[in-house]
Design a protein around this ligand. Structure first.
Ligand code: ATP
Length: 752
């Protein structure tokens, strides 16, 4: 048997797959291998086994509905299998697979629950890995290299896009296509990521802006607090010095007036006391009043006595004159009985004594009234006896004596009155003197009060100042308390603030007031800003900006990779396009050649056309990833133009079945010629050919087999004659497909 000197299909092992209940092994070490056998013996199942192991996903292509349909379902005495296994073994001595093995065995196994497993040289792999590996030898999912029974004209029936895919695959451009699709998926994912990251950034942006403002506020507040610290330091230092100075000054200043005032008050008190005692109801005045009364009484007494004296002198004078007269004229003496006179004088004596004993003039007056009536009584009696009775000389004597008594008494009374008047005068003088001294005290008090009010005014002023300073002191403390809230204990640093000695006192108070106003303004601003949570804000801002920077970098990275993906896609697309167009040109040449060969003339060509088409994901290809949404796109595809010799037929639709078969064979062979696949499976592609065409077909097969290994399922004798290896497939009583190597003459029995 002729050995193949290129990468080829070495072996196919089928077990439990469809009618192949038991394991069969095909050795395919020849350029053309034919499979022959009666109808329904399982030949097509072999082509399907090859499709299956190469990763076919379309159940329809495998003539089934579910995975289970692929598994030997039991027949006769042979029980059903649990799984179907197919292994295909490639020669890799020239390392087309880029794997360090001389043989590369792909295996696929499906179990009844529909689970598929894939292996490369017994290591389990993903379907994708199978596709990638096959991509390296230009075999792919479109299965252009496996022409199923009745499917010879598949490429003719396919739409322009499918044709393009088939040709791309045949040309070995699927790798590019795969790469493009992969890059597109990556790009879509990257763009999605960009969108996500950007939306994330957009989401956090307002918060960042908000925090940024907060942070600016915090920083501004910090700066202001620093400024405030400076302002406070100077203000408080100056205020402190100012307060200390004035407190000391005032406490010194108040000492003198305070002492004076105290003294003055004491003096004033004693002066007032003195004045009060001087003005009180004074015994001297009372005494003076009594004296006045006594004097008046004494005067009355004196007057009475003077009058009594006058009367007695008159009586005496009268008696003496009467006696004289009597002596001279009649010598007759009128005598008044002695007892009368005696009694009368005794009465008078008594009255006078009484009068003298009286204290008031009134009382004395009453007694003198008695004296008066006693006198008139006595006189009345005398007048009665005037002429007959003479007062004897003794009675005169007694009158004289009485006169002397009265004189004595009068002189006594005068003396007494005099003494009283003297006493009165002295007392009066004393009282006047006392009045003078009171006036002096009053004057002094007046003066002292004037002094006091002066001192009080001074004290008032000092107290006023003290109050002002005390107020300033309270404000000072309050300022520190508020300052602590705003800038902390640092406020006490004002103590270290240096100002020139005495500067705080020399300066206009308005300047300091202006400082206070500035502090006040700043405080209000600071309070408006609110210092709450500064630390957290800074931390959060830092975190969120870090995150934003990270996201920004991520967007940049993603955009960079998106850009390079786009570049790659363009590059690949351009290459694909160029290769494709070049490939199509090459195929065209071959196609035309094969076509004219088969039809003995005419013309055939492929043309690249563009068509608006709704993009539909290729279900057969999209396995792991999500399907992209359908979208309008202009797609390029392949149109097939044919014109038959001697016939005015143009276009595929007008071809007969045989003509279609020939055209598609011409195209398939043309494609295979340009970029030969390692093997081609042709399942009864020759079914519709007449003898003449079968020969042409056989020639083409031989020609083709120089580049690609051919596995042909056939009933065609001509075709069988071109094969180096022939397998016969039969079905036994249990409906199990069996394999036998046959010679050409044995095979010929299956020829139609
Ligand atoms: P033809 O020459 O007429 O095209 P063929 O040799 O290609 O026929 P196939 O179509 O390959 O025949 O084989 C079909 C046979 O395989 C049928 O007899 C069918 O019953 C059998 N078969 C298909 N699936 C299974 C299965 N899961 N279990 C058992 N037998 C199956």
């Amino acid at each position: 048997m002729m050995k193949l000197n290129r990468m080829h299909l070495k072996r196919l092992e089928i077990s439990g797959f469809k009618s192949f209940a038991r394991k069969v092994v095909f050795e395919f070490d020849a350029p053309v291998c034919a499979i022959v056998g009666p109808n329904g013996s399982g030949k097509s199942n072999i082509a399907e086994a090859i499709r299956f192991v190469l990763g076919e996903q379309s159940m329809k292509s495998l003539r089934g509905k579910r995975g289970e349909d692929l598994i030997w379902n039991g027949g006769g005495a042979v029980g059903r299998s649990n799984h179907a296994d197919v292994t295909i073994v490639f020669d890799n001595t020239r390392n087309e697979f880029e794997l360090d093995y001389d043989e590369v065995a792909l295996k696929r196994s499906v179990s009844r629950d529909g689970e598929n497993q894939y292996f490369i040289n017994n290591s389990q792999v993903r379907l994708r890995d199978i596709f990638e590996l096959l991509g390296k030898i230009h075999i792919g999912a479109t299965g252009h290299h496996i022409i199923s029974q009745g499917e010879a004209d598949r490429i003719l029936n396919a739409n322009i896009k499918e044709r393009r895919s088939m040709i791309e695959e045949a040309l070995g451009l699927r790798v590019h296509q795969w790469k493009i699709e992969e890059s597109e998926k990556k790009l879509a994912k990257t763009e999605e990521n960009i969108k996500q990251v950007e939306s994330l950034r957009r989401e956090i942006a307002p918060h960042i802006r908000f925090l940024k403002k907060q942070v600016e506020r915090v920083e501004r507040a910090k700066e202001m607090r620093e400024d405030l610290k400076g302002l406070y330091a100077e203000y408080l230092k100056r205020e402190d010095e100012y307060l200390t100075h004035h407190r000391t000054r005032l406490s010194e200043e108040r000492k003198g007036p305070e002492r004076e005032l105290k003294q003055l008050e004491e003096e004033l008190e004693s002066a007032r006391r003195a004045l009060a005692s001087g003005n009180a109801e004074d015994p001297k005045s009372k005494e003076l009043v009594l004296l006045e009364r006594d004097i008046s009484a004494a005067r009355t007494t004196k007057d009475e006595l003077s009058r009594a004296l006058g009367r007695i002198e008159g009586m005496i004078e009268f008696e003496e004159r009467r006696l004289q007269k009597a002596r001279e004229q009649h010598k007759e003496v009128e005598v008044v009985a002695y007892r009368d006179v005696k009694g009368f004088t005794e009465d008078l004596e008594e009255y006078v004594t009484q009068a003298l004993a009286q204290h008031t003039i009134e009382e004395a007056r009453r007694i003198f009234e008695k004296v008066r009536s006693a006198l008139s009584d006595f006189l009345a009696r005398i007048r009665h006896t005037d002429t007959e009775t003479l007062v004897p000389a003794s009675e005169l004597e007694s009158m004289k004596k009485e006169k002397r008594d009265i004189e004595d008494k009068l002189s006594l009374a005068v003396k007494e009155a005099h003494a009283l008047e003297k006493t009165y005068g002295a007392l009066k003088e004393e009282i006047e003197k006392e009045k003078d001294s009171s006036r002096e005290i009053e004057k002094t008090i007046f003066k002292m009060m004037a002094q006091k009010s002066e001192l009080s005014a001074v004290m008032q002023r000092i107290r006023g100042e003290e109050e002002r300073i005390a107020g300033a002191g309270t404000a000072f403390k309050e300022e520190i308390r508020e300052g602590i809230v705003l800038i902390g204990r640092d406020i006490m640093l004002y103590e270290n603030f240096a100002i020139a000695a005495g500067d705080a006192l020399a300066e206009d108070r308005a300047v300091q007031e202006e400082r206070r106003r500035r502090i006040e303004k700043m405080k209000i601003k600071l309070e408006d800003m609110g210092a709450g949570g500064a630390e957290e804000i800074l931390k959060e801002y830092e975190e969120i900006t870090e995150r934003d920077v990270f996201l920004e970098r991520e967007v940049l990275d993603l955009e960079k990779s998106a850009a390079s993906l786009r570049e790659l896609i363009i590059e690949l697309s351009l290459k694909l396009d160029a290769d494709f167009k070049e490939g199509v040109t090459k195929i065209n040449k071959q196609f035309h050649e094969f076509f004219t060969l088969m039809f003995g003339g005419g013309a055939a060509s492929l043309s690249v056309v563009a068509q608006k088409k709704r993009k539909r994901p290729d279900v057969d290809l999209v396995l792991d990833e999500d399907m992209p949404p359908p979208e309008e796109e202009e797609e390029e595809g392949i149109d097939i133009n044919v014109s038959l010799p001697r016939k005015k037929i143009k276009g595929l639709a007008m071809l007969s079945g045989g003509e279609r078969a020939l055209t598609s064979i011409a195209l398939i062979f043309a494609i295979s010629q340009v970029n030969p696949p390692p093997f081609l499976v042709l399942d009864e592609t020759d079914a519709a050919l007449d003898e003449a065409n079968s020969r042409k077909y056989g020639d083409m097969l031989e020609n083709l087999s120089k580049h690609s290994q051919l596995i042909v399922v056939t009933h065609n004798r001509e075709t069988m004659s071109r094969a180096q290896v022939i397998y016969g497939v039969t079905m036994d009583a249990d409906a199990v497909s069996k394999l036998l190597s046959v010679r050409f003459d044995e095979a010929a029995v299956y020829a139609k």
